[in-house]
Design a protein around this ligand. Structure first.
Ligand code: FPP
Length: 225
């Protein structure tokens, strides 16, 4: 089946990774962020054109303020320091999710990063922050209702925050749970699902290569025989 065009990653297990090492949860998120940086580069080097990572769900926003502040600090660091590298590598950044749910200064950094990388054509990185698949679907529905138009599968897909990106081919979740947890619900309709028991900071490039192999060995029939 070859290389998937669009890979999604649910980066779960940072908190447990830290707890097992008697470290604060934020140390797990930092280790997760560092792992994400290298892993995404590796995934692009395999020929994947679109990667979407789940950094913060709508539901995660009800975590204790101290953890959220730590995560927001990491986002500030990332969006302040990594945008030039993305641009140099031809990677176009898109952040999906409700910007009203995150601090304004981070929303500003995100907008600047998206503008800086807008001409990137080699690869596409989407980061889901304050994102929920159901919420995204409901917003797209409401926009169609307000405009008084019926939707088709294609026009509806285009109205989602992932509009213009191909449907998801491969969805990887680390951390041992086997669920989608409100990530890319519409987009994952025919995605192959690969679950790893490893905590995200321990998920290696080699683990991804094994997931690619597993993907290539599956037969995707899209409901046909
Ligand atoms: C889930 O692990 C992970 C998160 C809620 C945060 C993921 C964020 C990162 C990896 C940092 C990404 C950074 C950027 C800049 C995009 P968990 O906390 O639910 O772990 P647990 O299930 O073990 O408690």
């Amino acid at each position: 089946m070859g290389i998937p065009c669009h890979v999604g990653i649910i980066m779960d297990g940072n908190g447990r990774w830290a707890r097992r090492r008697l470290l604060p949860r934020l140390a797990g998120h930092r280790a997760g962020m560092n792992r994400m940086l290298a892993l995404v580069e590796h995934i692009f080097s395999c020929g994947v054109k679109y990667v979407t990572v789940f950094a913060l769900s709508t539901e995660n926003l009800s975590r204790p303020q101290s953890e959220l502040d730590g995560l927001f600090g990491l986002f500030r660091e990332y969006f302040s320091s990594q945008m030039e590298a993305l641009r140099e590598n031809g990677v176009r950044l898109r952040v999906i999710g409700d910007r009203a749910l995150i601090p304004q200064d981070i929303a500003d950094l995100i907008r600047a990063g998206e503008e800086l990388t807008a001409e990137g054509t080699k690869a596409n990185l989407a980061i889901a922050i304050g994102y929920g698949g159901r919420q995204d679907i409901v917003s797209a529905c409401n926009r169609a209702v307000r405009a008084g138009r019926e939707v088709t599968e294609e026009s509806f897909a285009a109205a989602l925050s992932t509009g213009g990106m191909p449907a998801l081919d491969l969805l990887i979740r680390t951390g041992g749970e086997k669920r989608i947890s409100n990530f890319l619900l519409f987009e994952a309709a025919y995605a192959e699902l690969v679950f790893s028991g490893k905590m995200f900071p321990d998920y290696t490039d080699g683990d991804f290569d094994a997931a690619l192999k597993e993907y290539a060995s599956r037969e995707r029939r899209f409901g046909k025989i």
